[in-house]
Design a binder for this molecule. Structure first.
Ligand SMILES: NC(=O)c1ccc[n+]([C@@H]2O[C@H](COP(=O)([O-])OP(=O)(O)OC[C@H]3O[C@@H](n4cnc5c(N)ncnc54)[C@H](OP(=O)(O)O)[C@@H]3O)[C@@H](O)[C@H]2O)c1
Length: 314
């Protein structure tokens, strides 16, 4: 089968297609014929070697952390009824044609939901659900979402809106801002404009960018508000002064709120898929690439060219 391997840390060109032996399901396992592999911002970050001190992964490795497809075969002790079912699953190495998954890790994709949408929701959906649950949004709350046109941000905009919030989506450039508006944001703002945050006040901030943009987003948080720093594309988590937050009565949270146990993650993924199947949220699929072109997929993410999610198709 074809796989993508990272032979060394570096630019997108280190994502090289290779052949590997197809997996065989052992006891308690299933082999999934992968149709779609989601590409995360984190995949590109890890491939570049940025933050290697935080991640245990070292080249050579197969990138990607999730798959969507059909169960091709199962091992001993696994119900044969799984064979042929459409599933999503977390994996260590998702840029592959076939993936080996413990049966407990399989989540069935509901009828009426495409594998592409399901793949787009596998991580962004659970994270968005977890962040919105944690923020306990009340109707009428003012919510600011940065990186609002990204995979995660586009879901946060929709979920905050559904919770009755007044949502401001912040992103870069007209094309992305138009997309954020189309998702239901009440207002949009371009954070490349100087002073973009000056007139904003938010009860809840979901910051998916970090760096100076994240810091400006923090400055909009109202006394008693909640600020979530879960994103780093801007050069690291928003460098918020915890003492300042405490003085203003702002509750700080972040990435630790979305470190789920496998059971919690599974329940959140099921919820996200069900919400999408019912038409209450819509994952935005921005660009799709054949598996062999994984390097191009990483390049568009790094160029900030994409609205929504990037997927690889086998
Ligand atoms: N997806 C998850 O499940 C999850 C879980 C935990 C944490 N996170 C973190 O949340 C952040 C957003 O994740 P995501 O999956 O939504 O990623 P994404 O879809 O790729 O969005 C990242 C966004 O960041 C913005 N950005 C700002 N500065 C950037 C830069 N220098 N380079 C590239 N993009 C830049 C881009 O929008 P503009 O061009 O509009 O600025 C882009 O849309 C990431 O840091 C990710 O690691 C994600």
């Amino acid at each position: 089968m074809r796989i993508i391997r990272v032979a060394e840390f570096g630019g997108p060109e280190v994502l090289v297609p290779q052949e590997a032996r197809a997996p065989i399901a052992g006891p308690g396992e299933a082999v999934v014929d992968v149709a779609v592999a989601p590409v995360l911002f984190l995949d590109a970050q890890m491939r570049s070697g940025t933050g290697a001190e935080y991640f245990p992964l070292r080249p050579p490795y197969i990138p990607g952390v999730g798959v969507a497809g059909r169960v091709a075969s199962v091992g001993d002790g696994v119900d044969q009824a799984w064979v042929g079912r459409r599933v999503v699953a977390d994996v260590a190495g998702g840029y592959v044609e076939q993936a080996l998954v413990g049966v407990d890790g399989l989540v069935e994709v509901p009828d009426g939901l495409g594998l592409e949408e399901a793949a787009a929701l596998l991580h962004d959906g659970r994270t968005a659900m977890g962040l919105v649950d944690d923020a306990a949004i009340r109707p009428g709350d003012r919510v600011l979402v940065t990186a609002a046109a990204g995979g995660l941000g586009s879901l946060l905009v929709q979920l905050a809106r559904a919770a009755g919030a007044h949502v401001v989506g912040a992103a870069r450039g007209r094309r992305k801002l138009d997309a954020v508006r189309a998702l239901g944001a009440d207002a949009v703002v371009d954070y490349t404009e100087p002073g973009w945050a000056d007139d904003l006040v938010a009860d809840v901030v979901f910051d998916g960018v970090g760096g100076q943009i994240g810091l400006a987003a923090f400055s909009t948080t109202a006394p008693g508000g909640r600020f979530s720093a879960h994103g780093t594309p801007g050069g690291g988590f928003a460098p918020v002064d915890a003492a300042d937050a405490q003085r203003r009565g702002v509750r700080l949270s972040g990435i630790e709120r979305v470190q789920f146990t496998p059971e919690q993650a599974k329940r959140l993924v099921e919820r996200a898929l069900a919400e999408a199947a019912a038409g209450r949220i819509r994952p935005v699929v921005g660009q799709m690439f054949p598996l062999e072109e994984a390097a191009d997929a990483h390049a568009v993410i790094e160029a900030r060219d994409v609205v929504g999610k990037v997927l690889l198709l086998t």
